[in-house]
Design a protein around this ligand. Structure first.
Ligand SMILES: *[C@@H]1O[C@H](CO)[C@@H](O)[C@H](O)[C@H]1NC(C)=O
Ligand SMILES: *[C@@H]1O[C@H](CO)[C@@H](O)[C@H](O)[C@H]1NC(C)=O
Ligand SMILES: *[C@@H]1O[C@H](CO)[C@@H](O)[C@H](O)[C@H]1NC(C)=O
Ligand SMILES: *[C@@H]1O[C@H](CO)[C@@H](O)[C@H](O)[C@H]1NC(C)=O
Length: 508
């Protein structure tokens, strides 16, 4: 009897440490998803400390493994080792964390499920048996992933309201954002760093009215109102018991010039300088939210380092800005050197990746596609190896068509909701993010690392509890053996990398 109990609890414990029971499904898009429904959803228990001299590794791959756990021991380094992955002792930037965005579309899709399945979805991101996200981006008003364009101070006939007397949250906040943010706060024991970004200003504030108007700026006489609007947003959410860690100066000002009609407020460097130092900076610092992290740009890497240099060359702007927010959509043409240069020029400002998604150019949703998960993992490793402190995904949940979006700007998401079947699909992108968010807590430090092969990307991190995390992405269709050599203890770990795989290793 006692023996039986012991065996049972051993089985339960060992099961809990790998992703439990992925209900795999292949939609024919070169990869698989794990299906979650009322009866079932795979989980991954918090990463447990392993004995000194041993390691635990967790692998996901094209073949369908999801957080597959293996264990082994660290061996004395040998001279004949090949395919070396070197982990150095030198530490770099502190990691802020990982997360996604509470868009209206995310909330609409979550709400389209039965309540028990809704809970599973939000747990999949924020609970200790999920990805343990610690960052959330919250749109200030509407985005392209809303049912319509809106701000918090839309007035009848677009009458100017510079005192913001008609400022108010909307039903979209109360229905699609706040309930799920509250759940995420509960699941993380309030260890959730939320930051706000605005897409849409009230029409009356703009030089050319219309949420989708091109080249439309904030009118000079409403610079203070647009700054006060951010403070009012923070107050309104505080009244809902939702505290904010940060705020950006506004989503993608460059997009306001582009041909693609995505809602956005236009800025150029000179106007942004004026607004930040005369209006937004002072408004935030003299408000009850004076400690909030102010991030500038919230736009593509191609603006780095030039726009960052120009803005921060102004000492008054520099005084108010804490960090630089960067999106991934130009990464395919802009090198990581731009991130290095930005850090070299402004080492006291943190860099945070604040938006990324797949399917924005073609093939919106590709349910199960492995390459899209690989693209996330590659981006996170590269960004973090070039001074970025964390990585924030775009919509956390979209429908099978990649929406809803009122301008039909359909894209992909790590979780796709199929409301008709009352189920959702955890895509490779979801697991790719988890290979970082689950293992690298806030406060970790990036470590020096190197790879032996350009098909293999490596990131290494020192956790606050002293553990070392190594994430290895094998983009190759071939298996590879590698030796991870840790300079701090002169030990080696021999690992077999399966084709098209992501492996997170952890040891103390
Ligand atoms: C290196 O040499 C040791 C001892 O001779 C041997 O046990 C080990 O398998 C070798 N490793 C590799 C990667 O060849
Ligand atoms: C808005 O315009 C309509 C039509 O011109 C007018 O009847 C109405 O009084 C206006 N409302 C406000 C608040 O100005
Ligand atoms: C703000 O909206 C809430 C409901 O969402 C409503 O009860 C309240 O009256 C509104 N306040 C103003 C000033 O419009
Ligand atoms: C990796 O090592 C194992 C065991 O030494 C060997 O059987 C296998 O062929 C190696 N794989 C590759 C791709 O070299």
């Amino acid at each position: 009897m006692i023996v039986l109990v012991a065996i049972c609890s051993f089985l339960i414990v060992s099961q809990l440490s790998s992703a439990q029971d992925c209900l795999s499904r292949d939609f024919g898009n070169d990869g698989t998803v794990c299906v979650c429904n009322a009866d079932h959803c795979d989980t991954l228990a918090p990463i447990a400390k392993v004995q000194k001299g041993t390691y635990a590794s967790f692998t996901s791959n094209l073949d369908g493994l999801r957080f597959k756990k293996d264990e082994g021991s660290l061996e004395a380094s040998t001279e004949n080792a090949t395919n070396l992955i070197n982990i150095g002792k030198k530490t770099y930037q502190e990691i802020l964390g990982f997360g996604g965005a509470f868009t209206d579309a995310t909330g609409i899709n979550i709400k389209s499920l039965s309540e028990d399945v809704q809970d599973k979805l939000i747990q999949a991101y924020f609970s200790e048996n999920g990805l343990e996200y610690n960052i959330g981006r919250v749109p200030i008003g509407g985005t392209d992933f809303s049912l319509e364009g809106y701000s918090y101070c839309d007035t009848e006939n677009d009458t100017a309201d510079p005192q913001l007397t008609q400022f108010n949250l909307t039903s979209a906040d109360h229905d699609y954002k706040i309930p799920f943010i509250i759940k995420a706060l509960e699941l993380t024991n309030n260890k959730l760093d939320l930051f706000g970004s605005a897409w849409i200003a009230p029409n009356w504030m703009k030089t050319i009215p219309g949420f989708l108007a091109r080249d439309s700026f904030i009118k000079d006489e409403f610079y203070q109102a647009w700054a006060d609007y951010f403070v009012k947003f923070l107050q309104a959410y505080k009244e809902q018991n939702i505290p904010f860690w940060g705020i950006t100066t506004g989503n993608e000002p460059l997009t306001a010039y582009g041909q693609k009609k995505i809602p956005s407020v236009a800025w150029n460097v000179e106007l942004a300088k004026k607004w930040i130092k005369e209006n937004l900076g002072p408004a935030l610092r003299k408000s009850e939210f004076s400690d909030i992290k102010l991030m500038m740009l919230d736009d593509q890497r191609l603006l780095l380092p030039s726009a960052a240099n120009e803005l921060l060359d102004d000492k008054e702007v520099d005084k108010y800005v804490d960090g630089i927010a960067v999106h991934w959509y130009s990464d395919w043409i802009i090198s990581t050197k731009n991130l290095d240069d930005t850090n070299d020029n402004h080492p006291e400002k943190f860099l945070l990746a604040t938006e990324a998604c797949n399917g924005y150019m073609f093939n919106d949703v590709l349910i199960g596609n492995w390459d899209r998960g690989e693209a996330y993992a590659k981006s996170i490793i590269e960004d973090l190896n070039h001074w970025v402190t964390g990585w924030t995904d775009w919509n956390m949940a979209l429908n099978v068509d990649g929406g809803p979006t009122f301008i039909n700007n359909v894209v992909d998401s790590p979780i796709i909701v199929n409301a008709a079947a009352n189920e959702f699909y955890k895509q490779p992108m979801y697991y790719a993010l988890g290979h970082f968010s689950k293992f690298i807590p806030k406060g970790s430090l990036r470590l020096e690392s190197s790879s032996f092969d350009d098909q293999v990307n490596v990131g290494a991190y020192r956790r606050p509890d002293g553990g070392t995390v190594v994430v290895v992405l094998n983009k190759d269709t071939e298996a590879k053996n590698a030796t991870i050599r840790d300079a701090s203890n002169s030990k080696d770990i021999e690992i077999a990398l399966s084709p098209k795989s992501i492996t997170s290793l952890v040891f103390w």
